[in-house]
Write a protein that binds this ligand. Structure first.
Ligand SMILES: Nc1ncnc2c1ncn2[C@@H]1O[C@H](COP(=O)(O)OP(=O)(O)O)[C@@H](O)[C@H]1O
Ligand SMILES: [Mg+2]
Length: 451
């Protein structure tokens, strides 16, 4: 490439950027100057926080609701605008252990991280000192520690949620003794009181809870309209494009984050063509976001998690069954493992399935098994081939090819004779076993697999 070609690229990017009036408003981490609705939740939060005026601050507030219901936005918006409040907003998704979580808090407070060898006591002392000097130097009355994605603590055994909260409550006590008031705000999908917490924590945290009900499709449309006019100067082909965008992102529940993401990606697609956003752009954006999500989840997945995913995708693809029990999946998972790899326990695979559900890749429901009580069944939320292809592409090709041949042969046979149900089942067994052999060969020939 020479300077002239670079110039062309710069020109192309610039003309794409011109499509946007203020692109930063389509970043879901930012929030606009004006928040739509949510007055009730805002009032509840403000009431709890202003308790400091009477010296009565609740130690912990649990903010809960589905994703994209405006929880993080409202907490930041309120804390930014309460003039006597100093705050620190920490997303716990980025750590796994108590030490890691505490280090995140320290980092957000603008201090260098500590090493494990320094010990948790020193880490807590540093947090305490920093908060104290921050509140005093800024001349504030209250310090808010907002812990976003608090559910993370409950997904990983190393998180020890009770211990973590207990340590923070002690920190609150220490600060109070020094004349600094503090309040912890936990933001999560489920209400904190429903989680399994130790009594010593439960008795301290009280029940200051604020629920964010999911947005309706109409709410999402209004949020989209506001963003489209501020960020895109209304470069929307017709008003119903936003309705469609709101509808697509409200299939499960109204999710403002998904809606804004969809609008941003659709706008990027439209910008390339230099045209207003159309329904097709929304569809294309939806496909792209789905693929991106699968990539992100599977990119960081362990080998065993990938095999578990592959097990679901493979069974769903070959048998056409959507819902699969933990028992069936575990059996499939062990069959898919190469001989030289020790399978994880049944319990661990159950945990991995819960982890997969938390990522949104699968859904679960509880099924009655008659006298044997209840069991959980899982279903992919994406097409089996999008998952299978991304876990182990070559193997998925082999399975798809095998299924194609099998389906064509069955079709030819049925044209000649009319196939009975039982013989088609036998064919399915043959196919399933055959694919297992393919898998074994694949694993044995791929020593470099990411273990
Ligand atoms: N009431 C609202 N008014 C304007 N924008 C909103 C509103 N609620 C949510 N948003 C936007 O939707 C996106 C997702 O909201 P967020 O607060 O991250 O949801 P949650 O934390 O519940 O998952 C953000 O970009 C946010 O700015
Ligand atoms: Mg959030």
């Amino acid at each position: 490439m020479d300077a002239q070609e670079l110039e062309k690229i710069i020109h192309k990017v610039e003309s794409k950027e011109k499509f946007f009036k203020k692109k930063s408003l389509l970043d879901t981490l930012s929030y606009p100057d004006k928040i739509l609705g949510r007055e009730k939740q805002t009032e509840e939060l403000v009431t709890y926080l202003l308790g400091y005026k009477t010296g009565l601050v609740v130690p912990l507030i649990s903010i809960y609701g589905r994703t994209g219901s405006g929880k993080s936005t409202i907490v930041k918006f309120v804390c930014d605008n309460l003039k006597d409040v100093s705050y620190c907003f920490v997303n716990l998704r980025k750590a796994r252990t108590i030490f890691g979580f505490m280090n995140l808090i320290l980092g957000e407070l603008g201090q260098p991280n500590l090493k494990n060898a320094n010990g948790i006591t020193l880490l807590l002392e540093n947090i305490e000192k920093t908060i104290e000097s921050k509140v005093k130097s800024e001349n504030k009355k209250l310090f808010v520690l907002a812990l976003d994605e608090f559910d993370m603590l409950f997904y990983d055994k190393r998180g020890k949620p009770s211990d973590f909260i207990y340590k923070l409550l002690l920190l609150e006590d220490n600060l109070k003794a020094k004349g600094v008031l503090m309040c912890i705000v936990c933001i999560s999908n489920n209400v904190l009181s429903e989680y399994d917490l130790e009594d010593r924590v439960r008795s301290r945290i009280g029940s200051s809870e604020i629920f964010f009900e999911p947005y309706s499709q109409k709410d999402v449309k209004e949020i989209l309209q506001q963003r489209a006019s501020e960020a895109l100067d209304d470069k929307i082909e017709k008003d119903y494009v936003l309705d469609y965008c709101a509808e697509k992102s409200s299939l499960g529940h109204g999710d403002a984050r998904r809606a804004i993401d969809l609008l941003r990606v659709a706008a990027e697609i439209a910008a390339i063509n230099g045209k207003k956003i159309t329904l097709e752009d929304i569809d294309l954006a939806d496909d792209k976001l789905q693929q991106d999500r699968i990539d992100v989840i599977l990119h960081s997945a362990s080998y065993h998690l990938k095999v578990t995913c592959f097990a679901i995708a493979r069974l769903a693809y070959l048998t056409g069954e959507e819902w699969l029990s933990t028992f069936v999946l575990y059996h499939q998972y062990t069959k898919l493992l190469s001989k030289n790899i020790k399978p994880l326990t049944y319990r661990r695979i159950s945990e991995l399935l819960t982890e997969l559900e938390n990522t949104g890749l699968v859904k679960s429901h509880t099924m009655s098994k008659g006298r044997q009580g209840y069991g959980t069944e899982y279903k992919l939320t994406f097409q089996p081939s999008s998952i299978g292809m991304r876990c182990f592409p070559e193997l998925w090709f082999a399975i798809a090819k095998e299924k194609f041949n099998h389906d064509s042969q069955t079709r030819i046979k049925s044209l000649h004779s009319g196939v009975s149900k039982s013989s088609s089942m036998n064919n399915m067994d043959f196919l399933t076993n055959n694919s297992e052999n393919l898998w074994k060969n694949y694993v044995e020939n791929n020593q470099s697999m990411d273990l």
